[in-house]
Design a protein around this ligand. Structure first.
Ligand code: EPZ
Length: 417
């Protein structure tokens, strides 16, 4: 589990980086695929540890999971267990999707409350209310969510918060329910649309994904198909911010800029030059940027998953930049580590005030979650001297070969296992 990155600052970035399939899409796609009793092929998947953990969770239920390079074959014909192992479920937040799958396929499930990134309280009350709306009996006992329902029935469900996970879980559960389900106030992230596209490719009848209302007409069975997930907008955004903050000129390939409208606008406002192609972006920067303000928001707003990398960029920008984190209640933990590198940041409840300094200085720091981890690596690329980033298993959860991709762009970064 333990491993470190030794990062030496000072080099500009140059070259081309190719973006992998979206982690937060593929975790939903793998689970949705297991609704069918035929092979579903998912291509261009990111080989990160969260994907392997999801594969283990599904395999523990009796689902066939076969990795072939960057393709995974999923077949849910032999699902035979309603309770995935506690130690696997605790590892990732997306394990909660197993509840929607098992309710739809077996009418019974006992799933431990999910784990994953420690970025604040991560309740599942909206998932529970959704399953209850579909007719399931749900109780939480000894840390397990216990759901029972012989046959789910379509219903109307207003989701109190535009929750990505709840929206995905409801699409998974409702696809095989009796009748029509209407989701109001669903999340509109591209990963929601991607999951609906896969499910419809399997024979589901889902309309309105990406809008304020999603209509799911239950069907009796789903069939196999082949699908490639959308590119990972958060990985792409991470490299965009890294180059803007460090300086240089990079081409990012396999990216959809319509998934990054606000981050692109904010980086331009800060002084980076961004040239948009059909499926690629070129980012140019002197590394000396102006401070700007950012509020995180649900899609199409500024993604909360890019908040930490952007905060690091602000720590060396000219002037004072203010970030308001409106999605999670404890997603500033990286700032404590950034202060070790000399950053001048004040945190007041959901707001962080960054007073840009001339230059961060390298120091030993600890990653606390996926995005905090990559943010601290970016800080190391900007800093004077060497930065040791520990807890890099967090980074490996969400990025495929993050260090190798950076090294190919000219960064000085070594992995110490
Ligand atoms: C997904 O988490 C992503 N994870 C997160 O990415 C991402 O930050 C988040 O969506 C928001 O975009 C995956 O897709 C695996 P939510 P999720 O339900 O589904 C509250 C990363 O770095 N809420 O949209 O858990 C919740 O506490 C990760 O890749 C409830 O109150 O996010 C939060 O404040 C981190 N009750 C808000 O809603 C519920 O039942 C948004 O959460 C569910 C959520």
């Amino acid at each position: 589990m333990e491993g470190k990155f030794i990062v030496t600052g000072g080099n500009r970035l140059n070259g081309t980086v190719n973006i992998s399939g979206a982690k937060n899409s593929i975790l939903a796609l793998m689970t949705a695929a297991a609704l069918a009793k035929e092979d579903v092929l998912l291509n261009n998947i990111p080989l990160n540890s969260d994907v392997y953990t999801m594969g283990e969770i599904l395999a523990s239920l009796g689902v066939k999971v076969v990795f072939q390079g960057n393709t995974v074959i999923i077949n849910g014909a032999t699902i035979n267990t309603y309770k995935p192992p506690y130690e696997l479920v605790r590892k990732i937040r997306a394990s909660v999707y197993a509840a929607g799958l098992l309710l739809a396929r077996l009418g019974h499930t006992e799933v431990a409350l999910p784990g994953g990134d420690e970025i604040g309280s991560r309740p599942v009350d909206l998932h529970i209310r959704g399953f209850q709306a579909l007719g399931a009996e749900v109780s939480v006992e000894h840390g397990f969510m216990i759901c029972k329902c012989s046959k789910l029935t379509g219903a109307k469900y207003y989701i109190n918060k535009a929750s990505v996970g709840t929206t995905i879980n409801m699409m998974i559960a409702a696809s095989l329910a009796d009748g029509v389900t209407i989701l109001e106030n669903p999340a509109k992230e591209p990963e929601i649309v991607d999951t609906a596209i896969l499910l419809n490719g399997m024979g589901a009848k889902i309309r309105g994904a990406g809008t304020d209302t999603i209509r799911i007409e239950g069907v009796t069975e789903l069939h196999g198909c082949e699908h490639s997930p959308i590119p990972d907008r958060i990985e792409a955004g991470t490299f965009m911010i890294a180059n803007a903050a460090v300086g240089g000129e990079i081409q990012i390939t396999n990216v959809l800029s319509e998934h990054l409208r606000i981050p692109i606008a904010k980086l331009r406002e800060a002084g980076a030059e961004i040239i948009e192609g059909d499926t690629d972006l070129v980012v140019k920067s002197t590394g000396r940027l102006k401070a700007v303000d950012v509020d995180t928001a649900v899609f199409p707003g500024f993604a909360t998953d890019l908040q930490a990398p952007f905060g690091v960029l602000l720590s060396q920008a000219e002037g004072t930049g203010i970030i308001r984190e409106t999605i999670f209640d404890n997603r500033f933990r990286y700032i404590e580590e950034l202060r070790r590198m000399g950053a001048d940041v004040k945190v007041e409840r959901d707001t962080a005030i960054f007073r840009g300094i001339e230059r961060l200085s390298g120091a030993p720091v600890e990653a606390t979650d996926i995005r905090a981890g990559v943010a601290l690596v970016i800080a190391g690329l900007m800093a004077d001297g060497t930065t040791e980033v520990s807890g890099i298993y967090h980074i490996d959860r969400g990025y495929e070969h993050f260090d190798l991709k950076l090294k190919n762009l000219g960064a000085v970064i070594e992995r110490i296992s």
